[in-house]
Design a binder for this molecule. Structure first.
Ligand code: MN9
Length: 307
């Protein structure tokens, strides 16, 4: 039984990257080391095998293995959410059952994608998966998988076990209003790393995203700024994070993040094809850009620029 309630799952939660070796196999040692790095940096939980975790390039067995490795490494220190999304309900249920048996604290899923499923189909997808375990389900609303409208989200939120929403869309008003309607125990996680600070100000309980893998420290500081009502401090840090992210998004993502991790002295792992793995020299321009950002904001003290 999980020792964490859904309301304990908050703060900065990396949507953990995949850590493959150069031959595209799961790199267990690297996965364990990176889990420790993130815990050391103060993250408040993990979100496993999501899109940043390259789950759609993996077999169900591989996804389950990543879940087993990370849960074993975390040892209950922070909550673990497992993304079980797929385009087949039965496949997702299999992943959800494994997540529960492995000791996950919550499951999450994008809506079924690729075909244009009806609202009814999407509703039943969530209902069937949510009923398959006793874990709380966090619905994942994301542009790439086809954004769900507010009415559909509210309808899905009524399903038993549906207790949270990862909201990756650039609409503060909708996210804030969903929080207001669904109440304090229904957890909302802001999914755009670019709007972490404003998302928290607009009612999000936590942050789940990709860049918390590589620059978790700045987001821990942003989270603290919100707790302490330090608005100027939060704005400055979010601006720095945004410039950092936009510089990275000039390149293929998430692959370039592996290089960034190596610049930080971490192992970082590799992406699996068709994602591209950059040679460091191909990212020389990015390094220059990031150093310019550091100078512009006189941010030498921030760990994110320690490379
Ligand atoms: O929701 C991530 N979204 C996607 C999570 O991967 C599409 C975000 O963390 C973004 O990667 C990030 C950069 O745009 O905000």
């Amino acid at each position: 039984m999980s020792k964490f309630q859904i309301t304990d799952i908050k703060g900065v939660i990396p949507a953990t990257m995949a850590f493959f070796d150069e031959k595209e196999n799961i790199d267990e040692a690297c996965t364990r080391d990176m889990t420790e790095f993130m815990i050391g940096a103060g993250v408040n939980g993990f979100y496993l095998t999501g899109s940043t975790g390259e789950c759609f390039t993996m077999t169900p067995e591989e996804r389950n293995r990543v879940v087993d490795i990370v849960i074993d490494q975390v040892k209950g220190r922070v909550p673990v959410i497992v993304h079980v999304g797929d385009i087949g309900t039965r496949k997702s249920i299999g992943l959800a059952e494994h997540a529960e048996a492995a000791g996950a604290d919550a499951i999450s899923s994008v809506p079924p994608f690729y075909w244009k499923f009806s609202k009814e189909d999407i509703y039943h997808y969530y209902k069937d998966i949510a009923a398959s375990t006793s874990l709380p389900m966090i619905v994942y609303n994301i542009q790439l998988a086809g954004i769900m409208d507010k009415d559909l989200i509210l309808k899905i939120a009524e399903i038993d076990h549906v207790k949270g929403l990862k909201y990756t869309a650039r609409s503060h008003d909708e996210m804030g209003s969903l929080k207001e309607i669904l109440g304090k125990d229904f957890m909302i996680y802001s999914g755009c790393d670019e709007m972490a600070f404003s998302g928290l100000c607009f009612g999000a309980d936590g942050l789940i995203g990709s860049f918390y893998n590589v620059i978790p420290e700045i987001y821990e500081k942003i989270y603290q700024c919100v707790q302490n009502s330090d608005i100027p401090g939060g704005i400055r840090l979010q601006r720095i994070a945004d410039e950092f992210i936009f510089a990275c998004l000039q390149y293929d993502f998430p692959s370039c993040v592996h290089n960034l991790m190596r610049w930080r002295g971490l192992e970082g792992g590799y992406s699996r094809r068709p994602f591209y793995n950059y040679k460091d020299e191909e990212l020389a321009g990015l390094k220059i850009n990031l150093r310019q950002i550091r100078e512009k904001y006189q941010a030498e003290d921030l760990e994110i620029f320690h490379f």
